[in-house]
Design a protein around this ligand. Structure first.
Ligand SMILES: [Zn+2]
Length: 272
């Protein structure tokens, strides 16, 4: 996937495009996002935008670097592996260091992606820190994290940290636009029968309902953080209450309550 194909992350993609075109790429990024968000696919879209020959800053699917990235065989990209127990060990970061120190095969960049960066052992984090302190020329290291609280503050302070929002694969229908529409309907107080009609797209399965909750929770969080134009229309206290209500619905669904029932109940509470 290339940047334009991701819903719900437009601002971040635009920012990264600008940094590539303006030669402002830095050596360490942390992409943080909840565990259901596939941050690897987003990170690889960023890498494509960096290495693309045809459309630098965006990616194209067609040039040799883009093709190699999509086929998982680009020589200048290293992706760490976790152990059977799910840890990222010191040895793996040692391999990463070797990768970013050598001369790139093509172009002038060596790229490394650390999957589940939260799982790095303390020793691995200390080793990585040395590379972040004195990064080899052209190195770009991308850490994927569910929760940056698990990372050493010295690593955080040497990285640019970006939030990747939940997105939907192209063609699945329930995209960020639909979710924003729903949030707006709730916020302006549309009558329940109208909202209920929209809900049927999400209440049909547990998985869809949870994905929907992630989406609206992100939308409300953005409002709370004043990232969205609509922010000024709502009081922070209201939004905090709504976010709690969304969390309750998630707990209910996870504990086996019927998803459609949980969503309807949540909408009534938000409206009330
Ligand atoms: Zn390309």
């Amino acid at each position: 996937m290339i940047f334009e194909e991701f819903t719900n992350n437009d601002l971040l993609s635009q920012k990264l495009t600008r940094s590539i075109l303006g030669k402002g790429i830095t050596h360490a990024y942390i992409f943080e996002g909840d565990y259901q968000t596939d941050k690897m696919t987003y990170a690889l879209a960023f890498v494509q935008a960096i290495l693309c020959d045809n459309r630098p800053g965006y990616g194209c699917h067609q040039c040799l670097p883009c093709q190699k990235i999509e086929h998982g065989n680009h020589e200048d990209i290293f992706i760490t592996q976790t152990t059977d127990k799910g840890n990222t060990k010191d040895e793996e970061i040692y391999r990463l260091q070797e990768h970013v120190s050598r001369k790139p095969y093509a172009g002038d960049r060596n790229i490394a992606v650390i999957r589940d960066a939260d799982s790095m052992t303390k020793k691995a984090q200390n080793r990585l820190l040395k590379t972040l302190e004195e990064p080899p020329a052209g190195a770009v290291i991308i850490l994927l994290s569910n929760n940056t609280e698990n990372l050493e503050s010295t690593i955080l302070s040497r990285s640019l940290i970006y939030r990747v929002n939940p997105y939907h694969e192209p063609g699945t229908g329930d995209n960020g636009e639909d979710i924003r529409k729903m949030v707006r309907m709730l916020l302006v107080g549309e009558p329940f029968y109208k909202i209920k009609k929209e809900l049927t797209n999400y209440g049909n399965s547990r998985e869809n309902a949870l994905r929907f909750l992630d989406g609206i929770q992100t939308a409300y969080r953005n409002l709370l953080l004043q990232h969205e134009e609509d922010s000024k229309l709502y009081k922070n206290a209201d939004i905090s209450r709504i976010v709690r209500t969304i969390e309750e619905a998630r707990r209910d669904i996870k504990s086996g309550v019927n998803p459609m029932y949980s969503l309807k109940n949540m909408v009534l509470k938000i409206g009330g």
